[in-house]
Design a protein around this ligand. Structure first.
Ligand code: HAM
Length: 421
């Protein structure tokens, strides 16, 4: 059968039971941010196109090829957010959050939109948990941000990933390095496309995956060897603080990020079990961004962690995350009077924190018990006419089939006791 509608290309649906793992991954990553004092910010799904063009950079693939941009009814150019940092900066500037205590520490969990070619782990709508710490240029803050991401992944039980680290320098050394690299690349027998890329973003040529290009650029000068004394000192201190925090890393001096705003510390979390789309998170410092967007000259550092990819990584590592059971207790009514009683019992049970569901639609005993098994509940409450007359209900443990009578009036206490609460 063909269905009349399908989700847009590259857009995943999450539904039970797998959605439990998805929400568990998202809350584990967000939980790590809350434990470090980051407050939650809810961002708009769309913003002025110019915010992303100016913030993320016109020459990036994200802005030049991947944005979902449209003209709204008022003739304004609007874009579905392709990332979170620019929107957070906009909100901080607009609401003057940077006039209070610094750093401003904000966390978000949200969908983002990029019109990329869909493949395993690469979607057009994807989810990130992110943080931004704005207003203090302290290497200890860079290390904290990195450690929170690491802690989030570890809280899920993930082990098969590595943290890659580098420094992209800043305005005091990157322009000089860029010239040096361009001069080096200009002497190589590169094809037309690559030559053009060298003009626009020479760093990207260093990240070229083709073996013949890799060989040509093997001896290219690296940013890490050309840092100014200040940025080198900053980088050394970040590494020392990662040591203080017990966070392991490997240096990758050829790391290229897809967004233009990065300065100094830059990092990526890479999972080896995911194939081509191996980046489960990334981030870094962006000291010029706030001024670029019309705010004060304040520094910032943050990350975005891919929730969809972290979930895939959990599956690859065989980790069971999230509780797939929908309820603790399932009502099985036999007859109309029993139905009324079991409907009513739902209110005090749920108020007591017990997850309760029941058989709807006038099912018989067999159908209702099947529903109980499928729900993942530990117990069924089976109620018939005779039980009502006796003022009792049958509390049945579904795994063992063991059953005992409990007084209807004490059902909340009995159920909580049986669940060990
Ligand atoms: P990003 O590296 O573009 O950084 O994205 C962060 C993470 O989002 C990636 O490592 C990946 O896990 C996930 N991701 C990106 N694109 C897709 C996609 N098409 N499908 C599935 N997952 C994807 C940023 O967005 C920066 N705003 C992070 C940041 C915050 N830097 C500083 N503060």
């Amino acid at each position: 059968m063909t269905t009349p509608f399908a989700a847009p290309k590259g857009v995943p649906d999450y539904f039970p039971p797998n959605s439990a793992a998805f929400t568990a991954v998202r809350s584990a990553l967000l939980g790590a941010t809350a434990r470090a004092g980051y407050g939650y910010i809810e961002l708009p799904v769309f913003e002025d196109t110019a915010l992303f063009a100016r913030g993320v950079g016109e020459s990036t693939d994200v802005v030049s090829k991947e944005m979902y941009t449209f003209t709204d009814r008022g003739g304004r150019s609007i874009t579905l957010r392709p990332e979170g940092t620019a929107g957070v900066m906009r909100a901080v500037i607009e609401h003057g959050l940077d006039r209070g205590q610094l750093p401003v520490k904000l966390a978000y969990a949200a969908q983002f939109f990029r019109a990329e070619q869909p493949q395993a782990g690469r979607y057009r709508q994807f989810h990130q948990v992110g943080v931004e710490a704005i207003g203090v240029d302290d290497p200890a803050l860079d290390a904290e941000v990195i450690a929170i991401a690491d802690e989030g992944f570890r809280a899920l039980g993930l082990t098969g990933y590595r943290l890659e680290l580098t420094s992209l320098g800043d305005a005091t050394c990157r322009p000089q390095y860029r010239e040096k690299l361009q001069a080096f690349l200009a002497k190589l027998p590169l094809d037309e496309d690559t030559r053009r890329r060298a003009e626009i973003n020479p760093l990207r040529v260093l990240d070229d995956k083709r073996p013949e290009v890799r060989e040509l650029v093997a001896e290219a000068p690296l940013m890490l060897d050309n840092l100014s004394p200040e940025t080198l000192e900053h980088y050394e201190r970040v590494k020392a603080h990662l040591g203080d925090l017990g966070v392991k890393y490997v240096e990758n001096p050829r790391m290229v990020r897809g967004l233009d705003y990065y300065t100094k510390t830059t990092f990526e979390f890479v999972h080896d079990g995911l194939g081509a789309q191996s980046g489960i998170g990334g981030g870094g410092r962006y000291d010029g961004l706030m001024a670029q967007l019309g705010g004060q000259e304040l520094s910032g550092v943050g990350f975005g962690l891919g929730v969809d990819r972290a979930l895939l990584a959990c599956q690859v590592e065989g980790l069971a995350v999230g509780d797939v059971t929908r309820c603790d207790v399932y009502g099985v009514p036999l007859g109309d009077a029993a139905r009324s009683r079991l409907v009513g019992i739902g209110a005090p049970l749920r108020a007591a924190g017990v997850r309760y569901d029941m058989a709807y639609g006038g099912k018989g005993l067999k159908g209702a018990m099947k529903g109980a098994d499928r729900s993942g509940a530990r117990f069924a409450l089976v109620l018939g006419e005779r039980d009502i007359e006796a003022g009792v209900v049958q509390l049945k443990e579904l795994a063992t089939g063991e059953q005992r009578e409990v007084p209807l009036d004490d059902v909340v206490t009995e159920v909580r006791g049986a669940l060990g609460r």
